[in-house]
Ligand binder design. Sequence first.
Ligand SMILES: [Zn+2]
Length: 171
Amino acid sequence: MPSGRVHNLINIAAYSVLAAGALYATRQDLLVVTPAQALNFTLAYAAGTFLLSPDLDLAEGKVDSKRHWGVLGVLWVPYGMLFSHRGWSHSWVIGPLTRLLYVALIAALIVGLVRFIAPDLQMPTIPQPIAWKVVLPLLIGYYLSQWLHLIADGVRPDHGLRKSYRKVRGR
Ligand SMILES: [Zn+2]
């Protein structure tokens, strides 16, 4: 299994190739990407690589992606205890989703706490309705960063599913 540092290097290298390709494709009018979409993709890709890596399932111990959170890294300890290493956290569709939901849950808890302590404080709101042309680059950037990690780990796209099938079929 590659270390956190190796995973980061693989993702950075892949990003460079992808960015060069995207730049070339837009110059040739094969692809239309607005600067805002490129930025959203990049931010989500970086977050997926450095802050939301599948190896947070080891957050009960020492892991690179937990260290990037600084003191907030301790927030990931329950996630690390909840998910076994390379289990559901390392599945292709559900795995990345578990970390997004986990962040959403913590954010909701913090917002709830702040509202309770300071009811008059203005909180930032999510703009409605959420536009696909904003969300899609975020999702693609995030999922791509996760899938590169899983490919480097040698995890196949049907990881997790195979186990459930076996359970369903009683094997
Ligand atoms: Zn991993």
